[in-house]
Design a protein around this ligand. Structure first.
Ligand SMILES: [Zn+2]
Length: 599
């Protein structure tokens, strides 16, 4: 697959960062149903929900009057009646992905500035309520009760949001912000009725700053038993959870000076650490650390220590940490917390104990060696081989050859076996590296499906490079192209009679992909036969995917006892699709036989 884009394009980045369930939820009320989400179709009117969203495939399908589906781009295009380019810009903005500069960079940064200002004004409003209002007394006594000083409360600009649907909205609108701006900033939420209201109500507010000290968004903690206990700003043009480190504005100087960044999990952990003079502490915004967060820290230090719960510091965390090491090109250490304790607890109990834990932090691979070997009897063959099973996959992940060799040696010495036998075992341990992606760039960014599809691309390359195929009888449908770039290219090809005009019809973001298809090297023999095969393959792929979607719905219906009429209809559709799929298979077999006959 050498012709795939080497750098991630805007489109792929948007796809990775936007979740279809979030996007669709803006327009339709969805309910989780098994592995799918279900709701009334936002495109046609209906009483029984026949609209489904598939998070795993990042796709949607309406089994009702629309009888069609697609990905997040096609959803937004249809819903807003806009073209692909506009949908891309809209979603890019939502995901905080910067579009190439020709899309009015001035205008965008002006918009962002306005959002930063709105966040700033909101933070001041919340902060003032916490310190000076009767309504905020409960929140204030909560933070004082957790041992925070007034100076700390001021440093972190902690605040309180009133138990009101529109207090902040009115306050900011009176100060000249528009409802649209406040929605974009994530301070307001749009209800189904189209009315907007305050997102944060009756919460302890934690403004979230970027390294430059601008407020990008908010974290909020419920002060009563309401769930969820914590909520954050949604993804906005200023707030991107995956590139946020809580406390970085106050921690960056200390991180640089001490040449060490300590990563904890919670807001309160950061605040307590800082109040006690441990100012090199920041929080990740969730359990896993992202490559973007690592790259922010990388500018300040190469040394990262993760504060992990003893239970969490398992294999998985270790593998992830090795990913960070590869990104940082340095060692990641691990601070092991006493079972069931947060850094907040540890520091409050005994600040010196925290300091000791930090000093004693071990490189995470060494730590894992200790854990694994303490559980095994290394004088026995069984103990030795399970040590190899557990440690070798971790060693295999290490990119730096010198560090990798160091740990191979260490393992050989521990087990009293030859280094050569360990190296031989390493050569066999390649499952994680055998993937199509370039060597692990780290870290836990889940890759959504359909970033590329070899069959789709091969088929398009054939069509684009061989005009004679245009008149072939195989009827390809746009739906067969699940990847949205391929989908757009196919539609543009359908609408153009010349190759030159295909490009004119496409958004500039897709040109690079188009060029790679136009210049892909194809063998020139049996073009028509190859095309017939791959058109069939695409149809089969489309039908299989549809079958999976129908099955997911049926499985869920069976559990929840859906109405029989609907079930019958879906089953019928499922049968039709299966028949079509069987035809595709039969045709494939015929083709195979014919080819053999020719030879
Ligand atoms: Zn529909």
């Amino acid at each position: 697959m050498g012709s795939l884009n080497t750098t991630m394009g805007v489109i792929d980045e948007v796809k990775q960062r936007v979740d279809i369930v979030d996007v669709v939820s803006q327009y339709a009320k969805l309910t989780k149903a098994g592995r799918t989400f279900r709701g009334l179709c936002p495109f046609h009117s209906e009483k029984n929900p026949s609209f489904f969203v598939y998070p795993e495939q990042q796709s949607w399908h309406c089994f009702g009057a629309c009888n069609t589906g697609g990905d997040v781009f096609s959803f937004v295009m249809r819903k807003q009646s806009i073209d692909f380019g506009e949908a891309l810009r809209l979603l890019a903005q939502r995901a905080g992905v910067a579009m190439p500069s020709k899309f009015e960079p001035g205008a965008e940064s002006e918009e962002r500035q306005k959002l930063f200002q709105a966040n700033e004004a909101a933070a001041q409003y919340f902060h003032n309520l916490l310190l000076n209002s009767t309504a905020g007394e409960k929140a204030k006594s909560y933070v004082l009760g957790r041992g925070l000083s007034l100076k700390t409360i001021a440093d972190f600009q902690l605040g309180f949001s009133l138990d009101s649907w529109d207090a902040l909205k009115q306050y900011l609108i009176n100060r000249g912000y528009t409802e649209g701006e406040l929605l974009t900033a994530g301070l307001l939420v749009e209800a189904e009725t189209g009315k907007t209201h305050d997102r944060f109500r009756n919460k302890l507010m934690f403004p979230i700053f970027d390294a430059r000290g601008r407020i990008t968004g908010f974290g909020a903690r419920a002060l009563d038993d309401s769930l969820p206990k914590y909520i954050n700003s949604p993804q906005t043009p200023t707030f991107d959870k995956s590139s946020t480190l809580y406390g970085i504005n106050l921690a960056k100087d200390a991180i640089r000076q001490q040449n060490l960044a300590v990563i904890v999990e919670g807001y309160m952990d950061v605040i307590t650490a800082h109040q006690n003079g441990f100012c090199n502490v920041v929080a990740s915004m969730g359990t896993s650390i992202t490559e973007k967060q690592v790259s922010i820290l990388k500018k300040l230090t190469k040394n990262i220590a993760l504060a992990l719960d003893a239970d969490a510091a398992g294999d998985e965390a270790t593998l992830r940490a090795v990913g960070y090491e590869n990104t940082l090109d340095a060692e990641v250490k691990v601070i092991i917390l006493p079972r069931g304790k947060d850094p907040d607890d540890v520091i409050k109990q005994d600040a010196k104990a925290w300091q000791e834990l930090v000093t004693e932090a071990l490189p995470i691979v060494d730590y894992t060696f200790n854990v694994v070997t303490s559980e095994l009897d290394l004088t026995k063959a069984g103990g030795k081989s399970s040590a190899v099973d557990k440690l070798l996959p971790i060693i295999a992940e290490i990119n730096d050859p010198i560090r990798q060799a160091h740990y191979l040696q260490k393992l050989a010495q521990l087990l009293k076996v030859s280094e050569r036998s360990i190296e031989a075992a390493l050569a066999r341990t390649r499952p994680r590296q055998a993937r199509a992606e370039p060597p692990k760039q780290g870290v836990a960014i889940p890759l959504p499906p359909l970033l590329s599809s070899p069959v789709e691309e091969y088929c398009l390359a054939l069509l684009l490079q061989h005009p004679e195929l245009r008149d072939r009888s195989e009827s390809l449908l746009p739906e067969y192209f699940e990847n949205s770039e391929n989908h757009e290219i196919f539609i543009a090809w359908q609408q153009s009679d010349k190759i030159e005009s295909v490009k004119e019809r496409l958004e500039p973001e897709i040109h690079q992909h188009l060029d790679s298809l136009l210049t892909r090297k194809l063998l020139s023999d049996k073009i028509e036969q190859k095309y017939a095969e791959c058109a069939l393959e695409l149809r089969g792929k489309f039908l299989r995917s549809l079958t999976r979607k129908i099955e997911a719905v049926l499985a869920q219906e069976a559990e929840s006892g859906g109405t029989t009429a609907e079930l019958a209809k879906l089953r019928e559709l499922g049968t039709t699709v299966n028949t079509q799929l069987a035809e595709v298979l039969a045709q494939k077999n015929r083709m195979r036989l014919e080819q053999r006959g020719v030879r």
